[in-house]
Design a protein around this ligand. Structure first.
Ligand code: ZN
Ligand code: ZN
Length: 246
């Protein structure tokens, strides 16, 4: 079957995932390539060239999702200073065409791009430890009003559906607005999001949650969210993200 799905380079262990992704996407996303407008193929809104370029994450540190060519489970930085996240799974390295698809999903409400990225993240997390609940990293209300759209919540909805997991969009909230992280260096990012999150009903928290976000850069935002959940009594916090910036 010479179609686009069969041309996606396999990221990992099993050989059945192409069929899985194909089944998932067939009929749902007809049309043109979301990146270059060439005709899509195999039921994907991606042309064969852009599909082949998908930058699936290679073997990575399980605590921070940075690629780890040595094959070790955990990188030196995470061994020296264990982060507040137990595991992080990133579907992609932040490169072409993910660097085009994610901003369109995030800033332009491109739901077809979101559906494609969500399906890829669902595939990347199919063997991951199952949490009690998925928790999207929340936007502050002011940012949500300005943007009209919460990409982490949309991703979390897709994943909750794919994996039949409870979604707890109510659990975590931003208690204060923060400057956009993209303008700040690593140290300023940490300071910017420190104590930015709080848990709404700390009397009944799930034992294990997975935070959902679109991109992990330094990890400052995810770490601040994980610390708030841990302070409220959550025993284990993981994170699943579409892409990791190196
Ligand atoms: Zn294309
Ligand atoms: Zn690490």
């Amino acid at each position: 079957m010479p179609d686009a799905v069969n041309q996606i380079p396999a990221p990992a262990v099993d050989g059945t995932w192409r069929r899985w992704l194909q089944t998932l996407l067939r009929g749902a996303l007809p049309g043109r390539c979301l990146v270059c407008r060439e005709p899509g193929a195999g039921g994907l809104d991606l042309c064969p060239a852009c599909t082949a370029a998908l930058p699936w994450m290679p073997h990575a540190c399980r605590r921070c999702a940075q690629p780890l060519p040595t094959g070790d489970p955990v990188c030196g930085a995470c061994l020296r200073r264990p982060p507040p996240l137990d595991t992080v799974i990133a579907a992609f390295d932040y490169g072409f065409p993910v660097d085009r698809l994610l901003p369109r999903f995030k800033f332009h409400r491109d739901l077809a791009a979101g559906a494609l990225l969500g399906a890829c993240l669902a595939r990347a997390t199919v063997a991951a430890a199952r949490p009690v609940a998925l928790v999207p990293v929340p936007l502050h209300l002011a940012r949500l009003r300005a943007r009209g759209y919460d990409q982490a919540l949309e991703l979390a909805r897709l994943l909750a559906r794919h994996h039949a997991l409870p979604l707890r969009g109510d659990l975590l909230h931003r208690v204060r607005p923060t400057a956009p992280q993209s303008r700040l260096d690593a140290k300023a990012r940490r300071r910017n999001v420190r104590h930015a999150f709080a848990v709404r009903c700390p009397s009944e928290v799930p034992a294990h949650v997975v935070l959902i976000d679109d991109v992990m850069t330094t990890g400052a935002t995810l770490h601040a969210a994980a610390q708030a959940l841990r302070r409220a009594g959550v025993g284990r916090v993981d994170a699943w993200v579409c892409a990791r910036v190196r």
